[in-house]
Design a protein. Structure first.
Length: 414
C-alpha cells in the first residue's frame, strides 16, 4: 500500500513555489502531454524563452495574470514509493487564512527561501504558522541557486540563519536542500552544478521522510460519526458506531469509556467495510460494536477508561480569524469539534499575536481577518478535548457563523 504524504508549500511572493511544484510534476512525469502543450503555448505567447511550469498550478486566471498564488491549490501526484497531495498556499500577508487551511492537514511543510534575499519577513511568519499548526517535518528549500552562481557559502549562510531562528520554534525535524526550480537542480534529479552538496534531492526527501509516527498512537480516541442500525432480517439487532479513529489503537475485547455519559463497556467487534478486523488505529475509518446496550449518538467519544479526554466548557484556543467581518467579545457561534456541534461565545481575547514580530499585543477587544489570537471560548455543553499538541484532530475546532453558516475561524486548543 502506497503511503500518502500531504505537504504544504510556503514562502514569500516570487520565491518560486508554483514553479517548484510544476517542476516536481514535470520531472516525476506526473502531467499529461496536452497540459504540457498548453503551458508551452502560453509561455511562448508571453514571450518567455523557457517553459513556465508555474502555470501548471496557478489555476485562477488572475493568478496567471499576476504570476502569484491567491487560493489554496491542491495537486496530486504519485511515484512508485508514495502518493502525494500538495497544498500550494499563497505567500501574501492578506492570505494568512488560506495558508492555515492548507497547512492544517499537512505532514510536512516546504519552506522556500530565495537565495538572493535570504530570510525575509514571510519566512519567519510561515515558519511560525507551520510550528503553530504542529507540522512535524519541515524542508527548507533554498531556491534560485542558479542566480547566485551555485555558491556553497550562500547556502551555508542561509542554513545557519534559519537554524538560529528555528531554535525558538517547536519543529523537531528540519532538512535543508539547495535547488533551482527553474533549471531543475536537486528537485527530482541531482544537480551537476552543485557537486559540493552531498545530500538527497528534494523528491528523495519527500519519499523517505518518516511519517508513521506522526499520528498519536498512545491516546485512544474514537469520535462517533454515525450510529448504524440496518433493521434488516439478517442484522436484526445490529447496532454499530461508525467513525474515524482519531488516535491510539482499539482492539477487540478492550474496555472502553463513552463520553459525555461516562458509561463503560467492552469492544465486541471492529469491522472495516465488510471485513472483520482485530485492531484499528488512526486514521482508519471503521465500525465498532460494544457488548452493552448504551445510548450513544453522533458526537460522543469512545476512549479508554484510564486515558480519556477531559470534558470542559471553557476552552483556551489559538484562533485564526478568517472572515472579512471583524468579531468582538460576546460574539456567538456554532463550535464544531470532531463530530460534535455546540453553541459557544467568545468570552475573552487574552492577546493578539503580531505575526511579523511574534510580539503579543494585549488589551484587544476585537479581531479582524487573518489575525491570530489566544482566546477563551465558553461552550453551552462540555466538549471532550485534548490539546492540539497531543492530537491534531481532537485538539482543533472551527467556528461557524450562526446567521450565515460561514466558517469564520479555525482554532488550535492550547
Amino acid at each position: 500500500m502506497n503511503q500518502l504524504l500531504r505537504f504544504t508549500t510556503a514562502g514569500s511572493v516570487d520565491d518560486g513555489k508554483s514553479t517548484l511544484i510544476g517542476r516536481l510534476l514535470f520531472d516525476s512525469k506526473s502531467i499529461f502531454e496536452d497540459q504540457l502543450e498548453a503551458v508551452e503555448a502560453s509561455s511562448a505567447k508571453k514571450g518567455y524563452d523557457y517553459v513556465d511550469l508555474s502555470m501548471l498550478t496557478d489555476g485562477l486566471k488572475s493568478e496567471r495574470e499576476q504570476g502569484i498564488t491567491i487560493d489554496v491549490a491542491y495537486r496530486y501526484f504519485a511515484t512508485p514509493k508514495r502518493k502525494f497531495i500538495i497544498a500550494d498556499t499563497p505567500g501574501h500577508i492578506q492570505y494568512t487564512r488560506n495558508m492555515v487551511t492548507g497547512a492544517s492537514t499537512a505532514n510536512l511543510a516546504l519552506i522556500l527561501i530565495d537565495a538572493r534575499k535570504g530570510l525575509v519577513e514571510q519566512t519567519y511568519r510561515h515558519s511560525y504558522i507551520a510550528s503553530l499548526l504542529k507540522i512535524p517535518h519541515v524542508i527548507v528549500c533554498v531556491n534560485k541557486m542558479d542566480l547566485v552562481d551555485y555558491k556553497e557559502e550562500v547556502f551555508e549562510q542561509i542554513v545557519e540563519a534559519y537554524k538560529a531562528f528555528s531554535s525558538k520554534l517547536e519543529v523537531s525535524d528540519i532538512q535543508f536542500v539547495p535547488i533551482s526550480a527553474l533549471a531543475g537542480d536537486n528537485v527530482v534529479n541531482r544537480s551537476e552544478a552543485m557537486s559540493w552538496y552531498q545530500g538527497a534531492t528534494l523528491l528523495h526527501m519527500l519519499e523517505s521522510v518518516h511519517i508513521e509516527s506522526d499520528h498519536n498512537h498512545i491516546d485512544s480516541r474514537f469520535p462517533v460519526q454515525y450510529v448504524i442500525r440496518p433493521q434488516s432480517k439478517e442484522y436484526h439487532d445490529f447496532r454499530g458506531y461508525a467513525g474515524r479513529v482519531a488516535g491510539g489503537i482499539f482492539r477487540k475485547g478492550d474496555d472502553v469509556l463513552i463520553q459525555p455519559s461516562g458509561f463503560t463497556s467492552r469492544i465486541k467487534s471492529i469491522t472495516l467495510g465488510n471485513e472483520v478486523i482485530d485492531e484499528a488505529f488512526a486514521p482508519m475509518s471503521v465500525t465498532i460494536t460494544l457488548e452493552d446496550e448504551i445510548d450513544i449518538s453522533r458526537g460522543d467519544v469512545i476512549s479508554k477508561p484510564n486515558n480519556h479526554p477531559q470534558p470542559v466548557q471553557d476552552i483556551d484556543v489559538m484562533l485564526c480569524w478568517m472572515n472579512q467581518r471583524e468579531t468582538q467579545l460576546g460574539s456567538k457561534f456554532h463550535v464544531r469539534h470532531t463530530t460534535k456541534e455546540v453553541r459557544g461565545v467568545l468570552k475573552e481575547i487574552q492577546y493578539k499575536l503580531d505575526i511579523n514580530t511574534l510580539q503579543r499585543v494585549e488589551q484587544v477587544d476585537r479581531l479582524t481577518m487573518n489575525e491570530i489570537a489566544r482566546v477563551r471560548i465558553r461552550t453551552a455543553q462540555p466538549l471532550s478535548i485534548d490539546s492540539y499538541r497531543k492530537n491534531r484532530i481532537t485538539g482543533s475546532i472551527i467556528l461557524v457563523d450562526e446567521a450565515t453558516n460561514e466558517t469564520v475561524a479555525a482554532g488550535m486548543i492550547v
